[in-house]
Design a protein around this ligand. Structure first.
Ligand code: OOG
Ligand code: MG
Length: 273
């Protein structure tokens, strides 16, 4: 037996780790990194993540899609982690475009501008053809709210995978059929808070072209046990670094040619982490 795994009590049980993260999210309370109390392989971290999402589903939530993380250098540099990761998003995380979210629900939320794809077909993860364009039907500007359940928003790759890649919320702007949107490989992206530009970038920051996120999602889905079904949303990853999301602010992101997406944060709340 691996000595590092010989942690006493039930702290080494992946089920317990998933419950800790679930409680941290439900109570908006930061916890120490899991890797500070036990060792965790990447595979075990994905198992914890699936158990964690299972808690949400057991409470009546439904998986609405998947998200990729660290598909842009800006994000990888910001967090000091540079392998692409995959997580699940659920209906309960969705904030309607222009809608409101409550900062009290989060620990230390951040927001980042993304591109979302809508899957028009089920994707067979075993299929390896390089052209996977048939799988996506529409594209939209999107916002992701991330909220690490770990103290100080710091983690290792295994920690952030276990924590469902910090997924906390998302907003999808107007969908445009892929054929109408044209090539979205290098579109300007601007993130505004209360009318001020706080981040600018290009969709090219996402794996060189956000389209590559579709093949990356298929590859990651196969390796890490995710299912990609027609109707699911794929968040391709942030185009810029994330910025802290404060109570009371209005956020808007614009992707050239795709339009705008926004949300409003309710007044009150605060930083719990
Ligand atoms: C992890 C999630 C990264 C992205 O778009 O790169 C991510 C984090 O930064 O906490 O969602
Ligand atoms: Mg993201």
């Amino acid at each position: 037996m691996n000595a590092a795994k010989a942690v006493t009590g039930d702290t080494s049980s992946l089920t317990t780790l998933a419950s800790r993260l679930d409680d941290a999210q439900s109570t908006a309370t930061a916890i120490p990194q899991l890797t500070s109390i036990t060792s965790l392989t990447l595979e075990e971290a994905y198992t914890v993540q699936h158990l964690l999402v299972g808690h949400r589903v057991a409470r009546g939530d439904r998986v609405s899609g998947v998200k990729l993380g660290f598909t842009s250098r800006a994000k990888a540099r910001q967090m000091g982690v540079d392998d692409v990761i995959i997580g699940s998003i659920t209906r309960g995380m969705e904030v309607p475009d222009g809608g409101q979210t409550d900062s009290a629900a989060y620990i230390h939320p951040r927001i980042e501008p993304e591109v979302a794809w809508l899957l028009g077909q089920d994707v067979d993860a075993d299929e390896e053809s390089p052209d996977i364009g048939w799988a996506v039907e529409a594209v939209a500007p999107a916002l992701e709210i991330i909220d690490s359940r770990y103290r100080d928003f710091r983690f290792t790759l295994e920690d952030v995978v276990a924590d469902n890649t910090s997924a906390a919320g998302y907003v999808i702007g107007p969908w445009q059929p892929v054929a109408v949107a044209g090539d979205v490989g290098n579109r300007g992206v601007g993130l505004e808070i209360d009318g001020r530009i706080v981040q600018t970038g290009s969709t090219a920051a996402i794996l060189g072209h956000p389209y590559r996120a579709v093949a990356a999602a298929r590859r990651m889905a196969k390796t890490h046990g995710f299912t990609l079904r027609a109707g699911m949303v794929l968040l391709a990853g942030a185009a810029t670094a994330a910025v802290p999301l404060a109570a009371g602010v209005r956020v808007q992101s614009t992707v050239s040619g795709l339009g705008c997406v926004g949300l409003q944060v309710a007044p009150g709340g605060g930083d719990h982490g």
